[in-house]
Design a protein around this ligand. Structure first.
Ligand SMILES: [Zn+2]
Length: 124
């Protein structure tokens, strides 16, 4: 008896950051996207960020857009890690290449860590 099982390949994450994304600031109210290569594919990476009346911009997450422009993924901080909206993360319940990529860039100090302080009341 054989059991058919979908093969799930291990997640590969080889990332090269070419230009750093910049969160929104007074000079760049919308911030500026950066460029990276992940597993031989080029992505635009940007921050979901907001500029409070005072102090540093707050990083609320990241957006990775494949250079073909057709695939774009939002990554949000949840419980000390990130959540992604790609199928690999949603269906295989694991850290996908986008999450690993962002965590690696954060660990290396190449992009800013998300701001998880809960200083605004949640209206949900
Ligand atoms: Zn993903």
């Amino acid at each position: 008896m054989t059991t058919k099982r979908r093969t799930i390949r291990p997640v590969r994450c080889e990332v090269v950051l070419h230009t750093k994304p910049i969160p929104c600031c007074e000079l760049l109210p919308h911030g500026r996207d950066g460029l990276l290569t992940l597993n031989d594919h080029d992505y635009v990476i940007g921050y979901w960020s907001e500029l409070p009346a005072q102090g540093a911009p707050k990083i609320r997450g990241y957006q990775m857009t494949h250079i073909d422009g057709e695939r774009s993924y939002d990554l949000r901080p949840v419980n000390g890690t990130l959540e992604c909206e790609c199928n690999d993360h949603l269906f295989n319940a694991r850290a996908c290449k986008h999450i690993l990529c962002c965590l690696e860039l954060i660990a290396d100090g190449k992009i800013a860590a998300p701001d998880v302080s809960n200083d605004e009341p949640c209206m949900e």
